[in-house]
Design a protein around this ligand. Sequence first.
Ligand code: AMP
Length: 576
Amino acid sequence: MEYKRLVEIYEKLESTPKRLQKTAIIAEFLGKVSAEEAPRVVLLLEGKVFPDWNESKLGVASKIVVKALGSATGIPHDKVENEWRKMGDLGSVAESLIAKKKQSTLAFAELKVAKVFDNIQKLASLAGEGTVERKISLITELLSSASPKEARYIIRTVLEEMRVGVGAGAMRDAIIWSNFGKEIGLEENEVTSREEYNKISDIVQNAYDMTNDFGEVAKIAKSKGISGLKNVGLSVGRPLKVMLAIKVKDIGEGFERCGRPCMFEYKYDGFRIQCHKDGKKITLYTRRLENVTSQFPDVVECIKKHVRGDSYILDSEAVGIGKNGYLPFQSISQRIKRKYGIEEMSKKFPVELNVFDIISHNGQNYLNEPFSKRRNILEKIISPLKGRIVVSRGLITDSEKEAERFYKASLSDGNEGLMIKKLDAPYQPGARVGFMVKLKPTMETLDLAIIGAEWGEGKRSSWLSSFTLACRDDEGNYLEVGKVGTGIKEKEEEGVSFAQLTRLLKPIILSQKGREVTVKPKVVVEITYEEIQKSPTYKSGYALRFPRVVRLREERSTEDVSTLDMVEKLYREQKG
Ligand code: AMP
């Protein structure tokens, strides 16, 4: 397929903010795409070339794009930079410079989707000496045969900044409409059988929760239909979305949601690890499905020795552990991204694995088995070793008093609170369905993305400061809710520091005007505040009063950024 056909779709998608229209545009287009082409096309529509669970990183900074634009057009580097400063967005710069160049040379080659996709994927596989030059030449090659509009979207994809507003919901619905429109009586975008629609929607969503790849889902839907999607099962070694929890206000509400009796467990302040064992191979994934196996050789060893079974998938929380008990998450967060000195780190910052769920064991799928049974299996197959690996501490009770006591014990042991779990519930990947809920004493914080900042003044001039925070809406748009400077430290050893944030943000700067920069929404911070107020200034319609950074959420992806719905809900709740 020619890339220009995809570009037409990008343009159509950009021309409407309405989710239903976007869904219809994608659905119509997918109808014309073959099963073989579907994986590439779907990922590119989502603005990426790897599914979320794939840890490959394109690693293309704006500077590389500026150089590629220079070499594709012959325009001197400083002129390209000037244009960038004027226009702000490198996609638009690419479009305008390629247009100028094309007027003089008029060389057009038909760019194929596969070529664009493969070249961009290759960017991630480069390593070692000469990487930057090779990246520049892969991008230059594409730009040299691109039309101005194609150049615009190639650059946006390379920078992982597609911004045409295709969220997971729209993609799922588009796959349903384009493949099963007839079954569900879909006429002129009107669903005539809601029940049937929900049934199919669940099947498609489930296939996605198992694969984390709409490209794969679209291919199966096209080639094997509903029965194929139903058969998308667990695959040990491939991560699946973790089950999430909603918050409750007290033990009483916990019982209401999870039934009586239910399970109360310590809510450890660590980070989630999904452990897969397939024969001899052990793989560890974070909550955002990043492969962190090499960062945690100590955990791998420990699982090998203390968990019985040839193959399994476990769900767990790794917690930092010091001489006097649990340590807060910040103390071990640096281990997640660490690339060198791993052995040393594992000795300096040991973790205890608190296993709380099992999804499969020796080829048996336990997703639909009740939680009580899954927990029993865990207790049978794990030989606990305190400080290294244990089954999470839990209590089954129907008594509020006992539960309260357990809650206090958890807090005084240095934990965040309690998880409360429904004994007869299945494991539901991804959805916040209330099969488990969380109880914490602190005010609900928000996880927000940094989308802008300002260069500091005086002695702070090499640091970014005053960070613009955003929540997100269903379509994946980022909406401002305020600016924060409080809670960030001058000294690195004291916590989240200006230097650390500057290091993280500098490579993802998208545009700069005076001292103000906009950045890709990649860095997530946890924020407390005094109050949420209505605001006409910010796009979200809300502003945080006295926001303060609590910690960097390195283990969170932008998918975890608090939604506008959540901000609205907290606003209403504080008003009672
Ligand atoms: P939150 O991060 O506030 O949404 O709370 C849910 C998170 O708590 C989960 O994603 C886990 O990482 C973590 N957690 C800690 N202890 C447990 C436990 N016993 N059961 C389930 N999740 C836990």
